[in-house]
Design a protein around this ligand. Sequence first.
Ligand code: NAD
Length: 304
Amino acid sequence: MNLVITMRDLRRVCVYGAGTLGWQIALQCASHGRRLSLYDISARALERASLSITTELDTWLEAGKVSDREKRSTLGLIKFESDAVEAVGGIDLVIEAVPEKLDVKRRVFEELDKVCDEETIIASNSSSIRISLIENATMRRDRVLNTHFYSFPWRSRVVELMRGTMTSDETMSSVGGFMRSIDMVPLVVRKESTGFIFNRVWRAVKRECLQLVDEGVASFEDVDRAWMCIYGMDSGPFGLMDRVGLDVVRDIENVYYGESHDLRDAPPRLLLEKIEKGELGVKSGKGFYSYPNPAYREPGWLEA
Ligand code: NAD
C-alpha cells in the first residue's frame, strides 16, 4: 500500500510572543523572505523586539552578510502587531513563544484556537512543555505540535519537531517543509520527551555546572573558561544561561521538577538567589556577568 502524505505550503506566519526567542524566530523567517506578524501582549516588548532585530541586522550589515537593501526589505516583512486578532488573521502557521508556564501556554492556545482560521497550525516553542499537555486546550489536536528553536536560530539552525497524541502526518511534513524553507534543520523527536533532544543534553550540562559552583568546587568563571578552552566556543554555560535568561532557566527546571517531584530536579539555590536580586542575565543587564560587555569578551580573559 502506498501512503501519500500531503504537505501544505505554509506561507503566512505569526510569531506570538516577541521576547528573547520570539524576535529571533521572526528575524529568521523574515531574513528568508517570509512576511509575518510579530505579536506581543506588551507594547514595550514589541519596541524592544524591533530594536533587537534592527541591531542584529546592523551587525549582519557591518559583517557584509546583508546589503542595506536586504536589511530594509527584511525589516519591511515584519509587521509588529499589538492586536491579537489582526496578528493571526489569514495565517497558516502560528509559532507561540510566550513564557514557559503551562497555564499561560494553555490559555494562549485556547485563545488562539478561537481566533485562528480552522486550517491554521499552532506550534509551541516551549523548551520543556510537551504539546500533549496543551493540546486539549484546543479543538484542533491534529494541527498542534512542538517546534523547538534554540537561541540565535541563524547560528544554531536546529529545530526539534515533536507531535502530540493526535498531530497529523500532514502537519508534521508541512511544518518540516516550512522549517527547511527558512534554512532550519528540522529534527523529529521520535517519542514524547520533556526537553526534546538537545535540551536534555544541555540540561545535564547546566545542572552539573550550577552544582559545581553551588558546592564551592569552582568559580563560575573557571567553569566557563574550561568550556571555552576545550570546545573553542565564545562563551561557556554560565554565559549561555545569561543569554537564555535565568528566570527562563528556572521555569524550565520547574517543569522537570513538577514531573518528577524529585528534589534533585528543583532549580538550584544559586539560580534562585540571582533571580531574587533581579539578576536575570542579558535582559536585565546583569546575571552571572554584567552586560553589555561581559568579562568573558575582554582580551586576555581566558588566561585568568
Ligand atoms: P521572554 O520572557 O523573553 O518572552 C516572552 C514574551 O511573551 C514576553 O515578551 C511577554 O510580554 C510575552 N507574553 C506574555 N504573555 C503573553 C500572552 N498572553 N500573549 C502574548 N504574549 C505574551 O521568554 P523567551 O525566552 O522568549 O521564551 C519564550 C518561549 O521560548 C518559552 O517557552 C521558552 O522556554 C522558549 N525558549 C526560550 C529560549 C531562550 O533562549 N530564551 C530558547 C528556546 C526556547
